[in-house]
Design a protein around this ligand. Structure first.
Ligand SMILES: Nc1nc2c(c(=O)[nH]1)N[C@H]1C(S)=C(S)[C@@H](COP(=O)(O)OP(=O)(O)OC[C@H]3O[C@@H](n4cnc5c(N)ncnc54)[C@H](O)[C@@H]3O)O[C@H]1N2
Ligand code: MOO
Ligand SMILES: [Mg+2]
Length: 426
């Protein structure tokens, strides 16, 4: 048997990212654009606000008319019109006149300030409406100038921006009933293993339920992909080869779980060979996920993730997720890397870079990290509480409580351009 040559994690990621490609554009109705990413830059097509407007309910008039006004010397205005939000004043306001104006209404012609109701006195006399004020106002007081928030032509959002409620509000402001978004990459998912039962099955001797299938489907959705479930295969070459071959015709990329190591029934390497796919790597200097294998056929990436649940999970977040984020035009497709204080000792040596499934917590302005369960590749129970990977470089001999370590946050929207720049992991 030919010994596999492990490559560095950073090299493995770079090899994969070489094949990552931006996806096509599609438009969706604004109601359906949540969680998508913008396929175009968004530029202000008009000023905000589009007209000078009142931020308060009150009266608009000429500020100079209040010159000399004080507690002892009030000034009285004749109120000539009412302007609710949504209406435009019809009169040119003259000296000594005021307009009753509501929040959001356009500032009427001839006025340059607004006084809130709370500092004005309203009155009806001689069949007319009056307003009295006992303080001076300056031009521009309580006027939201046209374009004071944003000028027309300002670039507000970059292509690749994740659409959150605030982004949606901007899109609505500029009339995007239809929103240009990156098409979700279509990713096929196959689980392999003769031992696998489906979720609803009774447990039988020698068998286990398929947890990688539902887990990866969920990771795919979280990353922004469209999942095509291509079933669960027994470890039999011909049917497995055919399922992979057929699956590839329907998808942008394909994920398989299991069958990538060196066992008698680990069929993926032979399937890739028969497909004529080029293997980018089949061994990575990392734990877990060392057997993660990635191949390409034409433009299609084939991710052979490990069958071991923790290795499968880590392999997805490190190698698959960035390609999906890149397909969605994200400029920072990798998980954000931060420093955190270890909350417990981690005495295990790290012959290879270790990605420990961990929980991040915050207290007193500090970030803390601790393993979220047993640190073993075959373990499934450590994943539920994991919101980060603690990254312990290869060649180290354990870490102590209180030490600062690197952490990759894979559950946040915010990403990073590159996670390997400032440190090299062996
Ligand atoms: N002689 C060697 N043996 C192994 C090596 C090695 O280098 N030399 N590598 C070990 C490492 S590291 C890992 S990780 C595993 C990888 O195994 P495979 O990716 O080939 O996966 P399988 O053999 O199919 O299964 C491994 C394990 O995972 C369970 N499994 C598989 N699929 C699922 C699923 N959908 N849901 C839940 N659990 C699943 C399966 O039952 C096995 O227990 O190989 C080591 N061996
Ligand atoms: O690929 Mo394995 O996950 O290193 O245990
Ligand atoms: Mg195996």
């Amino acid at each position: 048997m030919k010994r596999r040559q492990p490559i560095r994690v950073s090299d493995a990621i770079n090899r994969v990212m070489h094949y990552a490609q931006p996806n096509e554009i599609e438009t969706v109705q604004i109601e359906a654009c949540d969680d998508r990413t913008l396929a175009e830059d968004i530029v202000a097509t008009h000023a905000i606000p589009p007209f000078p407007k009142s931020p308060y309910d009150g009266y608009a008039f000429k500020a100079m008319d209040t010159k000399g006004a004080s507690q002892n010397k009030h000034v009285t205005f004749e109120v000539i019109e009412h302007i609710p939000a949504g209406k435009v004043g019809t009169k040119q306001v003259q000296t000594g006149q005021a307009v009753r104006i509501m929040t959001g209404a356009p500032i009427p012609k001839g006025t340059d300030c607004v006084a809130m109701f709370e500092i004005c006195q309203s009155d009806q006399q001689y069949g007319k409406e009056w307003m009295t004020i006992k303080r001076e106002m300056a031009p521009g007081d309580n006027v939201m100038a046209q374009g004071s928030e944003t000028k027309e032509g300002t670039k507000l959002l970059h292509k690749g921006t994740y659409i959150n409620p605030g982004v949606k509000a901007i899109l609505a402001t500029f009339g995007y009933q239809e929103v240009p978004v990156a098409k979700r990459p279509v990713v096929g998912l196959i689980t392999t293993g003769t031992e696998l039962l489906q979720v609803g099955d009774e447990l039988k001797p020698g068998k286990i339920r398929n947890s990688n299938g539902p887990m990866i489907a969920s990771q795919l959705k979280r990353a922004g992909a469209k999942v095509v479930e291509l079933g669960s295969l027994t470890d039999e070459f011909t049917t497995s080869y055919q399922a992979v071959e057929k699956g590839l015709q329907r998808v942008d990329m394909l994920i398989t779980t299991g069958g990538v190591s060196v066992g008698d029934y680990d069929l993926m390497p032979a399937i890739y060979e028969k497909l004529g796919a080029k293997t980018l790597f089949n061994k990575v200097a990392m734990r877990p996920g060392s057997v993660t294998t990635v191949a390409v056929r034409g433009k299609q990436l084939l991710f052979g993730l490990s069958g071991n649940p923790s290795a499968c999970y880590v392999g997805f977040e490190l190698f698959v997720r960035p390609t999906i984020r890149a397909a969605l035009y994200e400029e920072t497709p990798h998980p954000q890397k931060i420093k955190a204080y270890l909350k417990t000792d981690f005495p295990k040596a790290n012959p290879f870079t270790r990605f420990v499934r961990s929980t991040i917590s915050y207290a007193h302005g500090n970030v803390y990290i601790e393993p979220s369960g047993i640190d073993k590749s075959a373990v499934v129970t450590s994943l539920a509480k994991a919101n980060a990977f603690m990254v312990l470089p290869g060649g180290t001999r354990g870490f102590q409580k209180g030490q600062l370590v690197d952490a990759l946050l894979f559950q946040t929207e915010q990403g990073q351009r590159d996670i390997w720049q400032d440190v090299s992991y062996e």
